[in-house]
Design a protein around this ligand. Structure first.
Ligand SMILES: [Zn+2]
Length: 375
């Protein structure tokens, strides 16, 4: 070691009395530590260097005053991207859970969104997060084009979201957003117009179809109730409900099977559906509406969508669906052109769910829990 004052080679001056213990990566599955005796150095006073200078050797690959080798920390960071709890990672490396948490906190800067930038296209959707938000629901903000998560927003509450966007992104960033993909939740519309004045809204396909899906399900249940349990119609509608929800164009009409619910008649799936629909005109109407909506979206057909919005003499549940379609017509048509959906978010939501199960629920919203809590 060279003297930091005069630059001359220092003299060795014995060892530190107590060896230091450094945790390193385990070897052969066994916890491994290094016991290191530290060399001391001395630069005795001379004409070049009038004061007495002493130093202690540094250990390569270990941060000053830290007892855990850097390589262990890197491994922890790598493992954090796996679907494991912090407790598991801590036990793998024989360190405390706090140490693992600190590594994650050290990555904080890489998670922080850039204040002055947002992609031209953003998408958001809610997911069940836990007790962090009033409604137990948080928001995931994503770039649907490269499928990258931009940020997780603690609450889906409109006021909270407004505060979040205003405090996290500059006006320039917000004004550069051209497209927002979102579900059909009404209160977001005003929010989006205020926050992203240059953006058009694209309604997510999934959420559009869900409306008609629910209407069809409730129509089916209503018919079942009307016939009452222990009737042939009730059992058939209960047993074959999946065939009603399947895409009409994909129904099998080639293979025949003996159907217990229809006195062992040999019927194809398509014929089963035809028989089910003959039970009730309302059910048939709901079925046709649902199927036409799927087709309209599949084929990106504006004409068919318009026709659905104009359709008359619908049962009450479908009238509600029709109203939603009419209200969001422009947004649905925009989705035909942009070909954007919230699909990537569904993937992220699944991942969130899986991790949540592995770790038995998230303990806090932020890594440190220090930033602020929702009230
Ligand atoms: Zn010196």
């Amino acid at each position: 070691m060279h003297c930091p004052l005069c630059g001359q080679l220092m003299r060795r001056n014995g060892f530190r009395k107590k060896p230091v213990t450094i945790k390193i990566l385990s070897i052969g599955g066994k916890t491994t530590v290094l016991k290191i005796k530290k060399q001391q150095y001395l630069c005795p006073p001379s004409t070049d260097c009038p004061t007495r200078v002493t130093r202690v050797a540094q250990i390569q690959g270990v941060k000053f005053a830290c007892r855990i080798a850097n390589s262990v920390k890197y491994h922890i960071v790598q493992e954090l991207s796996d679907n494991e709890s912090m407790r598991t990672i801590a036990s793998h490396h024989n360190v405390s859970v706090n140490t693992v948490e600190r590594q994650l906190e050290g990555l904080d800067d890489t998670f922080k969104p850039n204040r002055n930038w947002l992609p031209a296209t953003i998408a958001f959707d809610d997911f069940k997060s836990g007790k962090f938000a009033q409604s137990n629901m948080s928001m995931i903000l994503m770039n649907p084009q490269n499928h990258r998560t931009i940020d997780i927003i603690q609450s889906r509450n409109s006021r909270f979201m407004r505060g979040y966007f205003l405090s996290h992104y500059s006006k320039k960033a917000r004004w550069s957003v051209k497209i927002v993909v979102v579900d059909l939740f009404e209160p977001y519309r005003n929010l989006i117009h205020d926050l992203f004045p240059k953006a058009i809204i694209v309604a997510d396909h999934f959420h559009v179809v869900v409306q008609a899906y629910r209407a069809l399900q409730s129509a089916r249940l209503k018919v079942m109730k009307e016939y009452g349990p222990n009737t042939h119609e009730y059992r058939a509608l209960k047993h074959y409900w999946k065939l009603l929800m399947a895409k009409k164009s994909q129904l099998d009409y080639l293979h025949y099977y003996s159907r217990r619910n229809f006195r062992y008649a040999w019927l194809s799936n398509q014929e089963v559906v035809n028989r089910l629909l003959s039970f009730s005109p309302d059910l048939r109407a709901a079925y046709e509406y649902y199927q036409d909506l799927i087709t309209a979206i599949d084929q990106r057909s504006q004409a068919l969508l318009n026709q659905l919005i104009k359709r008359r003499d619908l049962p009450i549940t479908l009238r509600r669906v029709k109203r939603t379609l009419r209200k969001h017509r422009q947004e649905i048509i925009a989705s035909f052109y942009t070909r954007l959906t919230n699909g990537p978010i569904e993937g992220a939501n699944n991942k969130i769910k899986v991790i949540k199960r592995t770790v038995y629920g998230y303990r806090n919203f932020f890594i440190s829990g220090l930033e602020f809590s929702f009230h």
